[in-house]
Write a protein of this length. Structure first.
Length: 402
């Protein structure tokens, strides 16, 4: 069987994701779809609105055949690391393709742009250093440097659109590591990636769906934008947990952590840079809401998403020493599978059996230990009995469709 690999977050699974899944299978003529999915915290440093098990179930019911977890240490990272780790995991899963949605819609500009950037690496580095010296964040400095190069190469990919950016990093990971997996892309349709408004048609952004859920809590208002099976899982989660996971819910924990942790310990948190801990503590002392706090600490250099990731590391008490530099997966953890996914997984185990994590409770892998901490943090806003239930779920079998 030939597999199409998808890098996903499904926060939550909506009609746009269903379109991407269907088009990926049609475009590649693959026999099944495999999703590498972020766990309970996402690339931009946000808590997933529902936990990974609910999101895995949504994906399986919608037609994804195998859902594998992208470990926290790789999922909550800047786009370059996130993308490379995800593609390396898809390579281990022997996917024939990595298929992503993009504003561009054709793969050639991604490949051509990668080649051009390789030839002009010194140009980009020199300009990036100059822009960073002017106070810009690293991502912004790189974007400005790219813009300077694009002036003389107008056919280069447009990299100010979120899916083009991620797609470029997927392609870069394949080419840089000389992988056998083939990158391919399909044209995005419907609402933009971060569009905050619900449209009149059936495809809304995940951002708009989450905003609607947290603003008024009326599930019925998002039903038309999700497959029926995904909407049902969302309703079941709300009925059981009585909460959506957002930064507002975790703000009291962030504030407590900042105001009770010694500065020497704060300095050791992963990605805590250049005395930033002092700025965070000062803002926490005078802020009453998460939004107020974030507006006080963000700067040109420290972007909103970078700070969200840092706060996630803070809640996890994740230190610099704990984060591996190796992006290749040390294990494969399956969150769920269909009968076809099970068949594929069993054939893969003949060659990659040593990588598959079958008994999480018995593993001593430090990356998995961090994953379990992430599950605890994500569940920390739940009532005690539900928190214990989620803790136990971390050691139980994957979601299985019959």
């Amino acid at each position: 069987m030939k597999a199409a690999g998808l890098v996903v977050e499904y926060n939550p699974f909506h009609n746009g994701h269903l379109y991407h899944l269907a088009q990926s299978l049609k475009h590649t003529k693959a026999d099944l779809a495999i999703g590498v999915m972020s766990g309970n915290f996402l690339q931009r440093g946000e808590p997933a609105i529902v936990n990974k098990w609910a999101r895995a179930k949504m994906a399986l019911l919608a037609g994804v055949d195998l859902i594998v977890e992208l470990p926290f240490v790789h999922a909550v990272q800047k786009a370059e690391y996130f993308s490379e780790a995800a593609v390396l995991l898809l390579e281990e899963l022997q996917c024939e393709w990595v298929c992503f949605g993009s504003e561009q819609g054709t793969i050639e500009p991604f490949i051509n742009t990668y080649t051009l950037l390789e030839k002009n690496a010194h140009f980009i580095d020199d300009h990036a250093k100059r822009f960073m010296a002017e106070g810009y964040s690293y991502p912004k400095a790189m974007a400005l440097s790219y813009g300077e190069l694009k002036k003389s190469h107008p056919d280069m990919l447009t990299l100010d659109q979120p899916n083009n950016i991620l797609g470029f990093h997927y392609v870069s990971a394949v080419l840089k590591n000389h992988l056998s997996i083939k990158p391919t892309t399909i044209q995005r349709t419907g609402a933009g990636y971060h569009d905050p408004s619900l449209p009149k048609d059936a495809i809304a952004s995940a951002t708009a769906i989450r905003k609607e859920l947290t603003a008024n809590g009326r599930l019925v208002d998002v039903a038309q934008y999700m497959p029926d099976s995904s909407f049902k899982v969302l309703c079941e989660y709300e009925q059981e947990m009585k909460i959506w996971h957002t930064w507002d819910q975790y703000w009291p924990f962030v504030k407590l952590k900042l105001l009770t942790t010694p500065p020497s310990a704060l300095k050791e948190i992963y990605e805590m840079k250049e005395g930033l801990e002092n700025r965070l503590v000062s803002a926490a002392q005078t802020s009453t809401t998460f939004l107020e706090f974030m507006n006080k600490i963000k700067t040109k250099r420290y972007t909103w998403t970078r700070l969200q990731r840092l706060l996630t590391y803070l809640l996890m008490n994740l230190t610099k020493e704990e984060v591996p530099t190796e992006l290749k997966p040390s294990y494969i953890r399956v969150l769920g599978f269909s009968p076809k996914g099970r068949e594929y997984m069993q054939s893969l185990k003949k060659e990659k059996g040593h990588l598959f994590l079958t008994r999480p409770a018995a593993s001593n892998d430090p990356v998995l230990a961090i994953e379990q901490r992430a599950a605890n943090v994500h569940a920390s806003i739940l009532p005690p009995q539900l928190w214990q239930q989620v803790q136990k779920r971390e050691y139980q079998p994957p979601v299985m469709l019959s």
